[in-house]
Design a protein around this ligand. Structure first.
Ligand SMILES: Cc1cc2nc3c(=O)[nH]c(=O)nc-3n(C[C@H](O)[C@H](O)[C@H](O)COP(=O)(O)OP(=O)(O)OC[C@H]3O[C@@H](n4cnc5c(N)ncnc54)[C@H](O)[C@@H]3O)c2cc1C
Length: 465
């Protein structure tokens, strides 16, 4: 650390890495790097250590559970009331029910509990310094290389933070991306979202989560801590005029229309009301540049319909920290670590992102999806593959390669049974006792693959931060 300082601000400070953004991705990256022996600054614009992201249904997919375990977070999250849900999807052909022993179990804890917990743990990690209430306004460069940032506090005091590695963990609207001139691709989003916490939701699968994918209507109910259930809808944008005047009433109607969905009329909406998000344009950025890496939403902010951003915030933090730790210990050039991270990010997430962006337009299900979804509702083996993909434990290529032949066979037998007038017997005649056979899903395929606008949402609603 060098230069003048006032209350830990001002002057010039030096670290091994500076992380912009102290939310899920930023704090997780800091914890991993601190544990690897690096000196890390986390610059977070909110001055409040208890700040949290308000628009988020925080369903953390099973793919991220090993990362949470490695961070020693899973136990504390469960102690704070986190539920460990599987998920059940209601599609036009019925419920998709993976056998419980094979279904992935995610984690669900409200961000009001998770974010402060994570920030506290990051701050307690040796080597990690949290600089709260400071906003990054400038990225410093030496030629093409990023060499740190300039952060400004609310009184206008500027601190120069130098580091061989700058990490953008500043979310969907990342300032770092713009300041560093990182390449970005955007993909249109054809839906809007409204959601809120309800008490007393009579959900068929509690404590598991339920999702209605009714082509193109979409709704979900995620049980979480303190007996609450986060209920959300993501209709296509042509239905916005129905929702704008009274989002709460429109949401209740929407749930009433979803097959085998609980009525929200008998449940109690929390004081926070219903929050909405209208613009969720998908954003994909090149995750590295010289001296720079992006994690979480800063690298890939994609359709929340699939509940993947929180899990990927943790996972990308882990991938980056593991990739660059040798360089930060002086064992290799930083570029080698960044290259490793860029490749892993692409291998693990590109296939998922491609499918998610394609569906995000609000289009109807296409034949390959109809094939898998219908067969998954009829056969537990296809349901298991669907579940492994939906919980992001396998990639798109693995899902299609293992699921398609099986789905074709299941649907052919179903059609035959229907022709013989044995429709009801079809699912069991397709798989007599075979639902318990092991399925080789292989290794995760990756190991070899809103402008943000908050909406005021009618009665009882609050404007989101
Ligand atoms: C409607 C909706 C529902 C969602 N539901 C789910 C879900 O069910 N499951 C799921 O996994 N994901 C969900 N997500 C996505 C999830 O919220 C994000 O993917 C996740 O929060 C990303 O974490 P992050 O740490 O990358 O970014 P963020 O949580 O956005 O954090 C960015 C941090 O950077 C700070 N920051 C920003 N700019 C600066 C700056 N210039 N200087 C300093 N600090 C800065 C911010 O204050 C913030 O703390 C949902 C998203 C939406 C919009």
């Amino acid at each position: 650390m060098a230069g003048s300082e006032r209350d830990g601000k001002g002057g010039t400070r030096s670290y091994d890495a500076v992380i912009v953004g102290g939310s899920l991705a930023g704090c997780a990256t800091a914890m991993f790097l601190g544990r690897a022996g690096a000196r890390v600054a986390v610059v977070e614009k909110s001055p409040d250590p208890a700040a949290f992201k308000r628009i988020c249904s925080h369903f953390i997919q099973a793919s991220a559970v090993p990362t949470l375990e490695r961070l020693d977070l899973l136990g504390p999250m469960e102690a704070a009331g986190a539920v460990r849900p599987r998920f059940h999807a209601r599609v036009p052909w019925g419920w998709i029910e993976a056998p419980p022993e094979r279904a992935g179990r995610g984690v669900n804890l409200r961000r009001s509990k998770l974010d402060p917990m994570l920030r506290e743990r990051a701050a307690a990690t040796p080597g990690v310094e949290l600089l709260l209430g400071q906003t990054v306004k400038e990225v410093r460069r030496a030629g093409a290389k990023v060499i740190g940032v300039v952060a400004r506090d609310r009184e206008g005091v500027e601190t120069i933070i130098e580091a061989p590695l700058t990490i953008g963990a500043d979310g969907r609207d990342s300032a770092v991306v713009g300041l560093a001139g990182v390449k970005e691709k955007t993909y249109p989003h054809g839906r809007f979202a409204y959601g809120g916490y309800f008490e007393g939701v009579a959900l068929r699968h509690t404590p598991d989560a339920s999702v209605w994918m009714m082509d193109p209507d979409w709704a979900a109910a995620f049980p979480t801590d303190d007996g609450l259930t986060f209920c959300a809808v993501m209709p296509t944008k042509d239905r916005l005029p129905e929702f704008k005047p009274d989002p709460v009433a429109a949401m209740l109607d929407y749930f009433d229309a979803a097959p085998e969905a609980p009525s929200l009329r008998a449940a109690t909406l929390s004081d926070e009301g219903v929050l909405g998000k209208i613009d969720m344009t998908n954003r994909m950025r090149t995750p590295t540049a010289p001296g720079l890496a992006l994690v979480g939403d800063a690298a890939l902010a994609t359709d929340p319909l699939f509940g993947i951003g929180c899990g990927w915030a943790f996972q990308t933090a882990e991938w980056l920290a593991d990739s660059v730790a040798p360089a930060l210990r002086g064992e290799e050039e930083l570029e080698a670590g960044l290259r490793r991270y860029r490749r892993k990010h692409g291998r693990r997430l590109r296939g998922h992102a491609w499918m998610i962006h394609d569906y995000a337009t609000g289009r109807k299900l296409q034949p390959p999806e109809r094939l898998i979804f219908s067969a998954a509702a009829r056969d537990p083996r296809v349901a298991t593959i669907f579940d492994a993909f939906g919980t992001r434990r396998i990639g798109a290529a693995r899902m299609m390669a293992t699921g398609t032949p099986l789905a074709l066979a299941v649907n052919a037998r179903y059609a035959l049974a229907r022709r013989r007038g044995r429709v009801d017997a079809a699912p069991s005649s397709v798989d007599p006792g075979r639902g318990t056979e092991p399925i080789d899903l292989g290794s995760p395929v990756g190991d070899k693959g809103l402008r943000v606008e908050s909406e005021r949402a009618g009665a009882g609603a609050r404007k989101a931060a």
